[in-house]
Design a protein around this ligand. Structure first.
Ligand code: ADP
Ligand code: MG
Length: 349
């Protein structure tokens, strides 16, 4: 292949950062997105606007690229499958289908004998009656959720009526884990037993949205190793190609639980851009485009803060940063409450 043209579905900040990483590797990117104002427009080589089920537009996209990847999970399986007939889609569409469904995802993790919180499928309101053991818990839509969207914390059964929940959708009820902390582990897998794993990242959420990520995570050696090993098992079992992130809970008794899997680059890994020789984004591109793997080296400890909603304003006005601070503006046109607008990574030596 003389020139690789990589298609990326989704045009948010992750698509932007993937495009930046591709440019560094002399790979051209074509982004397909259903948002005319997608921020990644500013970073890719070519942009196609279309709905994710628009066959004609998708066809135009397929014709322009050699390989296709994606920056978010909520893409119709049919679309990924159809693209995959003509151009290789990585990670495989079947992996995305499994992980975009919270119930299928948790069943898969449990089959690997890895711990998750207790959970149950909820298809109608009365299913909740027999599940008092799972309270306090969180009711989540089985599909399409992100950044805490589609989630309802529930302490007692009778709260359900006040929440106005649309039971035409299907849900999962998860028992609340008494959290000591949350961590994530990012891996890029190139082939059988061929991968690079980043060290566990400690994450702090506010209103169920990621706010701070840092390395090193303040965890025991046991949790450090266990979380890395579980991540490797998941990636190997999926025969995953590309970058994947596993989000974990640690409870107050120091038990590790898998929260969820992201079959893609992840917000908690933004700090890998500055803190490692190869970022999660560059590694993803290297893996899906079959480029050479570079041995991973950590360069620095780091802390990242997400700028949510109007928190970005002051940094846009006054962009004086120290040498060890890296400010990213996602160039989103509209500032919205709870919207991730940018981030700052600080390297800590
Ligand atoms: P999303 O897809 O929105 O990231 P998550 O399932 O990761 O959804 O939930 C977002 C955050 O909400 C988690 O990172 C955690 O802070 C909190 N949370 C979700 N489920 C649970 C749970 N079962 N126990 C404790 N905290 C939870
Ligand atoms: Mg999550």
């Amino acid at each position: 292949m003389s020139e690789i043209k990589l298609g990326i579905i989704g045009g948010g900040q992750l698509g932007s950062m993937l495009s930046n990483a591709a440019r560094k590797l002399n790979i051209k990117t074509v982004i397909y997105c259903d948002d005319l104002n997608a921020p990644a427009k500013n970073f890719c080589d070519e942009f196609i606007f279309g709905e994710y089920n628009n066959k004609e537009k998708i066809h135009e996209f397929i014709e322009k690229v050699n390989i296709v990847t994606y920056e978010f999970e909520n893409i119709p399986f049919e679309t990924l499958n159809e693209i995959n007939i003509k151009k290789s889609v990585l990670p495989k569409p079947s992996i995305n289908r499994l992980i975009q469904h919270r119930l299928a995802e948790k069943d898969f993790i449990n089959k690997l004998n890895l711990r998750t919180t207790q959970y149950a499928a909820i298809d109608k309101k009365s299913d909740l009656d027999s599940l008092k053991d799972l309270l306090p818990g969180i009711l989540k839509t089985t599909t399409m959720g992100y950044d805490g969207k589609g989630q309802y914390p529930i302490k007692e059964i009778n709260e359900i009526d006040t929440l106005n929940i649309d039971f035409s959708k299907s849900y999962i009820l998860e028992k609340l884990v008494k959290l000591k902390k949350e961590i994530s582990v990012i891996i890029t897998r190139f082939g059988n037993n061929d991968y690079e794993v980043y060290e566990p990242i400690e994450n702090i959420h506010e209103d169920q949205i990621l706010k701070y990520s840092s390395i090193p995570a303040d965890i025991s050696e046991n949790i450090f190793n266990q979380s890395k090993n579980w991540t490797i098992s998941i990636a190997e079992e999926l025969k995953f190609i590309g970058t994947l992130c596993v989000e974990f809970f640690i409870d107050r008794n120091d038990n590790l639980f898998v929260n969820e899997i992201a079959p893609r680059v992840h917000n908690s890994g933004h700090l890998t851009i500055n803190a490692y020789n190869v970022s999660q984004f560059e590694n993803h591109i290297r893996a899906v485009c079959s480029l050479k793997k570079v041995p991973l080296k950590k360069l620095s400890n780091a802390r990242m803060v997400n700028l949510i909603g109007s928190q970005i304003d002051q940094y846009r006005k006054n962009n004086k940063f120290n040498e060890n601070e890296f400010f990213f503006d996602y160039l989103k046109k509209e500032v919205k409450e709870k919207r991730k607008m940018g981030h700052i990574t600080t390297l800590i030596r």
